[in-house]
Design a protein around this ligand. Structure first.
Ligand code: G6P
Ligand code: MG
Length: 214
């Protein structure tokens, strides 16, 4: 029986994936790099510097570490402007119900986002107190698809990975959950998230009873 659930944030609980897309697109195009939704799919769940490296790989220019840091900071400043206006109205359909169903069932609830803005986003959404533990991305050495972040959440919640399940919208995130030895609920397109154990279109279709004994 599952004893804990570990959620991703961006693209699962709220549509910040859209804001990351807009901020990266502006940054990429400022460097003459073409950027579209298909490319963005590879960046979901990937940390900030890792995402920048993937974008700049298409550029003919060579960037110094200082230039890369400046570009990452520029993207993040734009992203922070976008999230500053978020409200609880930006919670995706079914998100609060899913969190409350898990709480009512007595599950421990964790958040495993590699975003260094996760605490701000949770605060803007007004849902910080719904989590028993939120991983601080600054303490994670290896981002998704490495299992480290989901394992760190499980350890902090005091639940063995086999008794946890993870909820993710990103290919890298689902891979991270599976490498951690957990059951994976994918949110999005079943073709894209082939590695997940089950895929639902959004948290509005979250059915806790289907995952508890899986
Ligand atoms: C999440 C998003 C990624 C983003 C990463 C880092 O995983 O899915 O698109 O790059 O967080 O976010 P940050 O807010 O730290 O730049
Ligand atoms: Mg995500």
């Amino acid at each position: 029986m599952k004893q804990a659930v570990i959620f991703d944030l961006d693209g699962v609980i709220t549509d910040t994936a859209r804001y990351h897309y807009l901020a990266w697109k502006r940054l990429a195009e400022s460097q003459g790099v073409h950027f579209d939704e298909a490319f963005n799919e590879h960046l979901k769940g990937i940390d900030r510097m890792g995402s920048l490296d993937l974008i700049l790989a298409s550029s003919t220019r060579v960037y110094t570490p200082a230039e890369k840091l400046a570009l990452a900071t520029e993207k993040n400043e734009h992203y922070k402007e976008l999230i500053a206006l978020m409200t609880p109205g930006d919670l995706l359909p079914g998100a609060v119900q899913a969190l409350d169903d898990c709480g009512t069932a007595g599950l421990k609830i964790g958040l495993a986002s590699v975003s260094r803005n996760a605490f701000t986003v949770l605060d803007r959404l007004g849902i910080t107190d719904k989590f028993d533990y939120v991983v601080d991305a600054r303490t994670i050495a290896r981002g998704k698809p490495d299992p480290e972040i989901f394992l760190a959440a499980a350890t902090a919640l005091g639940v063995a990975p086999a008794h946890c399940f993870g909820v993710e919208d990103a290919v890298a995130g689902v891979a991270s959950i599976k490498s951690a030895g957990m059951y994976a609920v994918g949110v999005g397109d079943p073709h894209t998230l082939r590695q997940a154990d089950v895929v639902i279109p959004s948290l509005a279709q979250f059915r806790l009873g289907d995952y508890l004994a899986a």
